[in-house]
Design a protein around this ligand. Structure first.
Ligand code: SDX
Length: 437
């Protein structure tokens, strides 16, 4: 069902106080969630723009992929609740669901996994690409550069008007992100790159490429690969967040998929977005002991202090982020499996969550833990360096980015994204020659 076909159209009347004219703007309804005021005719009819920095009240597109109910703390991938998918599905099945809109049959899943598995290797030339970076380069810088460079190698999947090209590029991106991430890690520690193994599942393959070496056999801990698979599911897509909107905007100009995903990686890097998982761990380490928590909570509440409680708050969720609940449970499972009974950072995180959720400031502003609050503790327990946390977020979110990018390219009403502005600068004035200034 498209919103445009919806019978439940009411009219929204805008009264122009200068002229007294009124304008009718249609209201569109989706299958669930807030109605939208269709302002596409607004400028033509009223000579006015809407004004919404940060897009707090703006819908940028029609989508059928992911839905969030921020008040209820609900997240649906193609209608399926995230907690049910985390409990009963796996990342490859979720990738199929996000890309094609339905859960796969057994045979469809086998074929999809095979298609992804056989794209996990990189063109061998790319190995030399890594050597151009400093060893201490942030791995997100490596991801931005290397993913964008994929368009220099895979010329047979750049024609965005060709559905086959789009799907091949989507498979390649989903398949190669873990390989590039693991190579960025190996390069940073001066260790040899490990090739993906076609007999391993996606998350297992990633951990194999991260932690194995050519000198001995390496068995991935099945509890850790299951936890990693679940974490990938939790991060796979999330409506029109900053990085997905970046991918859509880049794609709206007709840029190739590898360049668009590289743009998404760049946007995700920010500490207000995907960079928060790295910032949370740094914050917990800075707090150092539960006795210091109150000081940091007070800093977070101080309007004059730029410090924010990382891993807390969300533009959409005004209740618990459902992903944070699953992440918290996974945290205890992984630490338990690894026999880590005393993780000071977890103790600090649990106490910080308790104190914040009892504090009027956080209660009134509806600030709850988000997906990033516990993920770093799990990654640290798995032996993943802090600088790689956001890279893992990018690995998981790639399927969401490519699903949203495909939906944007296939949308017949799609146009190049080109926002306007409220201009408050100088009006026209005459040039002043240097000698007269
Ligand atoms: C992700 O959009 C997505 O879906 C993103 C994501 C995804 O899956 O793609 O969910 C992933 O990015 C999760 C968010 C990770 N970021 C962090 O954990 C960083 C810390 N959080 C904040 O920076 C903030 O909460 C944001 C950026 C997440 C949301 O910011 P908004 O929606 O712009 O809200 P805001 O800045 O207007 O805050 C509202 C009020 C403000 O106070 P007032 O000006 O009203 O007095 O709440 C305060 C803020 O100062 N506030 C916080 C806070 N978050 C908001 N105060 C202290 N600590 C915080 N973490």
């Amino acid at each position: 069902m498209n919103a445009k076909d919806n019978l439940k159209n009411a009219n929204f009347t805008l009264t122009d106080n200068r002229s007294g004219d009124t304008y009718d703007l249609p209201v569109l309804s989706g299958s669930v969630g807030p109605d939208v005021i269709d302002v596409r005719r607004l400028y033509a009819e009223t000579d006015c723009f809407t004004y919404d920095p940060g897009y707090t009240s703006t819908g940028s597109c029609e989508s059928k992929i992911t839905y969030i109910d921020g008040e209820q703390g609900v997240l649906l991938y193609r209608g399926y609740p995230i907690d049910q998918l985390a409990e009963n599905s796996d990342f490859m099945e979720v990738c199929y669901l996000l890309l094609y809109g339905e859960l796969p049959t057994g045979e469809q899943k086998v074929q999809f996994e095979k298609g992804v598995t056989y794209h996990t290797m990189l063109n061998e030339q790319l190995n030399y690409f890594f050597r151009g970076f400093r060893r201490d380069a942030h791995p997100m810088a490596v991801m931005c550069g290397t993913v964008g460079a994929l368009s220099a190698f895979y010329h047979d999947s750049l024609d965005i008007s060709d559905p086959k090209h789009r799907m091949v590029a989507s498979y390649r991106l989903i398949a190669k992100m873990p390989t590039i991430a693991a190579m960025a890690y190996k390069f940073s520690i001066g260790a040899p790159f490990m090739y993906p193994r076609n007999n391993l599942k996606y998350a297992e393959n990633f951990l194999y490429m991260m932690f194995s070496n050519p000198c001995e056999d390496y068995e991935v801990n099945p509890i850790l690969s299951k936890a990693m698979d679940r974490i990938l599911i939790l991060h796979a897509d999330h409506e029109q967040n900053a990085s997905t909107s970046t991918v859509r905007l880049a794609g709206s100009s007709g840029a190739n998929p590898f360049a668009c995903i590289s743009a998404g990686i760049a946007s995700l890097w920010g500490p207000a977005h995907g960079g928060a998982n790295e910032a949370v761990l740094n914050m917990l380490e800075e707090i150092e002991h539960p006795k210091n928590i109150t000081k940091f909570v007070e800093k977070a509440k101080d309007k004059d202090d730029p410090f924010r409680l990382m891993g807390f708050g969300h533009r959409v969720y005004k209740n618990f982020d459902p992903r944070a609940k699953v992440m918290h449970q996974t945290c205890h499972e992984v630490l338990g499996e690894l026999g880590i009974t005393n993780e000071p950072l977890l103790d600090i995180a649990v106490e910080l969550e308790r104190l914040a959720l009892e504090d009027d400031y956080f209660v009134e502003k509806k600030l709850y833990p988000n997906v990033d609050f516990y993920s770093g503790i799990i990654f640290k327990a798995m032996g993943i360096p802090t600088s790689l946390f956001t890279v893992l977020f990018a690995v998981a979110r790639t399927v969401g980015w490519v699903a949203q990018w495909n939906e944007m390219v296939e949308d017949p009403s799609q146009k190049i994204g080109r926002p306007r502005q409220l201009y408050t600068g100088e009006t026209t004035r005459e040039f002043v020659p240097l000698g007269q200034r």
